[in-house]
Design a protein around this ligand. Structure first.
Ligand code: ADP
Ligand code: UDP
Length: 241
């Protein structure tokens, strides 16, 4: 596996071409943490490794449950091999419990449960601070059809049910998370990007403690020790199976 040239450097990952494999990419997880659209920044030794290993475990689990994704395999501690996609510039957020932007936007108190879960769409555009959009906006701003958007939302809810169940077995309440989808070469839409404590809210189901990037956003403690606990609990769960 020969790493090719750098295709893109984002806030949390670098994306590389793969020599001789034009349909594949290497995602390399960085130690950088950013919040509030890059306005708050820091670096945490070991974060790239933790998010790579956690994301790999989660995508493996989703693969076992027949969720098509870009994920091919973990390459080493900080890198994974994925199928190259044309990312659809949408952030698909699923919420089981109110937290974060929805509490500010709609005045819903933190911890209020959504039953059924909510799906929200945000336009992935840093210059605009990723604004919330509706379906009509998504058809105009991206190349997806109504059928494709409906199936993306169904898929997001299916992933939510699977992940909520997985995390529940590790003593964590899945509050909300963000997904991205992309098109592979034949036009099929698959789940892409990462699923980690950077992109999910996870609360300890006994203590209610925040065990995700809010530790960094809200200065609640040591991010690395919290992410280590998430990985450890996922490893124990996979070993116990
Ligand atoms: P950001 O771009 O928001 O700063 P990252 O630092 O995580 O985020 O950068 C990773 C980039 O790689 C993101 O823009 C993401 O959409 C993109 N990406 C993730 N998976 C794939 C894939 N399979 N194919 C192409 N791009 C991908
Ligand atoms: N999220 C993300 N990337 C983003 C925006 C949100 O991964 O660019 C995740 C975030 O970690 C949380 C969920 O999506 O798990 C919902 O985020 P919210 O809309 O509440 O925004 P926030 O207040 O976290 O910025």
């Amino acid at each position: 596996m020969m790493k090719g040239s750098l295709l893109y450097e984002g806030k949390a990952k670098r994306v590389y071409h793969v020599e001789g494999q034009p349909e594949q990419l290497i995602l390399s997880y960085k130690n950088d943490a950013t919040a509030f659209n890059g306005k708050k920044k820091d670096q945490f030794e070991g974060k790239g490794r933790l998010n790579n290993l956690i994301t790999s475990k989660i995508f493996d689990y989703l693969k076992q449950h027949n969720i098509p994704s870009h994920f091919i395999k973990e390459l080493n501690h900080t890198e994974q091999l994925v199928a190259k996609t044309a990312i659809i510039p949408l952030e698909v957020v699923v919420r089981n419990v109110a937290a974060g932007s929805i509490t500010r936007r709609l005045g819903i108190p933190e911890k209020e449960r959504f039953n059924p879960p909510l799906v929200e769409l945000f336009y992935k555009k840093d210059e605009l601070d990723d604004p919330i959009i509706n379906d009509q906006h998504a058809y105009h701003l991206t190349d997806i059809s109504k059928e494709e958007l409906d199936s993306i939302k169904d898929k997001a809810l299916e992933v939510n049910a699977l992940l909520a169940n997985l995390f529940k077995q590790t003593g964590l309440d899945l509050v909300d998370f963000k997904l991205e989808f992309g098109r592979i070469a034949d036009g099929t839409i698959v789940l892409a990007d990462e699923i980690s404590p950077d992109t999910c809210r996870l609360w300890d189901d006994k203590t209610g403690e925040k065990m995700d990037k809010d530790v960094f956003r809200e200065n609640l403690g040591d991010l690395i020790s919290v992410y280590k606990i998430i990985l450890q609990r996922l490893e124990e769960h996979t070993c116990a199976k």
